[in-house]
Design a protein around this ligand. Sequence first.
Ligand code: NJP
Length: 235
Amino acid sequence: GYRTALLTGASRGIGEAVAVALAEAGLDVALFARNESDLARVAGRVRAAGRDALVLAGDVTREEDVVRAVREAEARWGAIDVLVNNAGIGLFKPTWEVAADEWRRVLDVNLTGPFLFCKAVVPGMIARGRGQIVMISSDVGRRTIPDGAAYCASKFGLQALTEVLRKEVRAKGVKVGAILPGMTDTYFAGSVQGDPRKADWLKADDVARAVLAMVAAPPHAQIDEIMLHPMIQEY
Ligand code: NJP
């Protein structure tokens, strides 16, 4: 089984739930995000589950942050077995009201960030002949919604990256999969986790369970994608 993971967007929301779930499943977890005090809290939860936690502060859009984080995790554990590309931001407004800088930021965080992490982690996985990459994509990475031009474009792009990379690394023993969650109660797009108006939405733990299912597939099998929605969501 896999022993170590590097997780982006680990400071809250889905990432926090994935961090704890991976630790409870027996993996050491490197936690990457910008907010160091949130990361320290999540690291405490990983250690409480009996696993090693590494706090890696950085921005997924900065290649030097990405390379340094991967180097630190590999130096500590010798290998990153699992990469979870979870960091992401939402932006929902009519296309013509999106500022050019907002457009670029969404593409940069949601698509270029995962590309940079894959680029930094995959060579080691290929050298070892094993590894699992999990992209936290979106249900709207497969179908579009009004007001979602930048966000949908970023997640459709992430789906393309996922599928290309899968074809490139399968024969080298590396698995690439995507989780496509629907509406999930987190801090996403400026909301607050636990807001009673989101009581019927997916919980971060629901998404974490899907990640674990993917990571726990036996060596001869890969799960390409898992899409999940709350029962109340129409689509
Ligand atoms: O959102 P939130 P979620 N560099 O806001 C980090 C997808 N998804 O958990 O840097 C590094 O609670 C940020 O940390 P910090 C969504 O697209 C969600 O819902 O400290 N990290 C925090 O840890 C995304 O890919 C829903 O601010 C950066 C985390 O990302 C994933 O789920 C539906 C960063 C965001 O936590 C997790 O989002 C769906 C940067 N530049 C897909 N920018 C949903 N919630 O409904 C942000 O279909 N982060």
